[in-house]
Design a binder for this molecule. Structure first.
Ligand code: ATP
Ligand code: MG
Length: 428
């Protein structure tokens, strides 16, 4: 195929055979978020570039080198959203959702970042996220974390562990920043290019480096938790107390700083060791400064983003069961009379049994050809209607798979018994 007719590098097609596990993850997430009283907020895929520059921060990986930014026909600079939080804050401000009230919202949406494609890292990927506004106390931090824990449980995921940290207040971070600049300046020869550039812009981000050669240096850096202000210490203790109370295990990782500038106090990541270096499946925290940064009134906020692509890989890795999408029945119809009568029967069955997955043969074909399609559909049974059966007002039910069968041989049943058979045998 001509090269320009391929998907853009790093962008994914989710093929029909993969989509059941995607749908499963998304419907579990949707149900769970709704059950905690969160509501969906859908925002546009495109926002003004300014929003992300101001929101995410100029000295972050995303804004520095990962955004898909372009000029539209009017010459306005627009960007495909690289993450969900900035757009949610923009929308919430624009529609007056933040004024003297609490909000709990969620989204499931595609994101775009121009990074090096590899397993678990794509240029177009999906995130499921929640955002809460107007709640300053650590109970909401604990709720946000608990929602993640419950989603893993619902999906049956194993070996996902939680790391938490506190970045403290702005002032505390400012003090720590000075200490860090001093420390890293003393070891300037060991800094890679990115880190040298960040030294004065955003030294905390050096702690987030993925460069293995710098791990020792980072290990020995002064500890953020030693510089926390009293209120943030109390907030952090409040969070830990609540996580303990609901039995969510965690490790405190004082090197966890997160790649986005807008966080303060609580930050956390859910990590698996089963996806190589793309092991973070969910990341989030508190971002009390973002609303004011975008021109709104001071508003406490806390949320997370889940990488659905990584979650899906992990589900596959752990061989977790997902709901069966296979048809219960594949309807084989032989001859034009049977096709017309069969269409009517099929619609009646669908009317009577909304949960029935019934795939009808279309495009005619020989008995052999239709049975072949039935097999390919992975249906449990073939429902067979020929001219003879039609005349006798019967239908044949033929088992197609060993694993789910109530019958081992095909049987013929009267048409007026079909509803009972579907209810008592096929759908149980
Ligand atoms: P990383 O350190 O892996 O680059 P990040 O800190 O950039 O992650 P966030 O911006 O916090 O990631 O996004 C939240 C989650 O979205 C990540 O934990 C990850 O699961 C997922 N994610 C981020 N970037 C990608 C990507 N390019 N492809 C697939 N999933 C991604
Ligand atoms: Mg990243």
């Amino acid at each position: 195929m001509a090269k320009n007719l391929q998907a853009v590098r790093g962008m994914r097609d989710i093929l029909p055979e993969q989509s059941p596990s995607w749908q499963y993850i998304e419907s579990c997430a949707r149900e769970l978020f709704n059950s905690y009283g969160y509501n969906e907020l859908r925002t546009p895929i495109i926002e003004s570039t300014e929003l992300f520059k101001r929101g995410i921060g100029d000295a972050t990986d995303i804004v520095e080198k990962e955004m898909y930014t372009f000029e539209d026909r009017n010459g306005d600079s627009l960007t495909l959203r690289p993450e969900g939080t900035a757009g949610c804050v923009r929308a919430a401000m624009q529609h007056g959702l933040l004024h003297n009230q609490q909000q709990r919202i969620w989204y499931i949406a595609p994101m775009f970042r121009h990074e090096r494609p590899q397993k678990g890292r794509y240029r177009g990927f999906y995130q499921a996220g929640i955002e809460t506004y107007g709640i300053a106390t650590p109970d909401i931090d604990a709720e946000v974390i608990a929602i993640g824990a419950r989603l893993w449980k619902k999906l049956g995921l194993k070996n996902v562990h939680l790391e938490i940290n506190s970045l403290g207040s702005n002032q505390a971070r400012e003090a720590y920043r000075e200490v860090l600049i001093e420390y890293f300046s003393q070891h300037q020869d060991q800094l890679d290019d990115d880190s040298s550039r960040r030294l004065h812009q955003n030294p905390l981000r050096i702690l987030d480096t993925k460069n293995p050669k710098m791990q020792d240096l980072v290990e020995n850096a002064p500890d953020l938790l030693d510089y926390l202000d009293d209120e943030s210490k109390e907030h952090f203790a409040g969070l830990k107390q609540r996580l303990d109370a609901i039995g969510i295990a965690y490790t405190v990782n004082s090197r966890l700083v997160r790649g986005l500038d807008y966080y303060n106090r609580t930050v956390f990541e859910w990590i698996t060791s089963e996806l190589g270096s793309q092991g973070t499946i969910c990341a989030g925290g508190r971002y009390d400064n973002l609303v004011t940064k975008l021109g709104g009134k001071e508003t406490p906020a806390c949320g997370f983003g889940i990488g659905i692509d990584r979650l899906q890989l992990l589900l596959e890795e752990q061989n977790l069961a997902i709901p069966d999408h296979s048809p219960h029945l594949y309807f084989v119809m032989l001859g034009e009379k049977a096709e017309v009568a069969g269409l009517n029967m099929a619609e009646k069955l669908r009317e009577r049994f909304p949960q029935l997955r019934l795939m009808a043969n279309q495009g005619s074909g020989s008995f052999k050809a239709q049975l072949k399609r039935a097999d390919k559909s992975t249906a449990g049974y073939a429902l067979i209607l020929g001219e003879n059966e039609l005349e006798n007002q019967h239908v044949i039910i033929k088992p197609l798979r060993q694993d789910t069968q109530e019958i081992t041989q095909q049987i013929s049943i009267a048409l007026d018994k079909l509803n009972d058979y579907v209810a008592n045998t096929i759908l149980v």
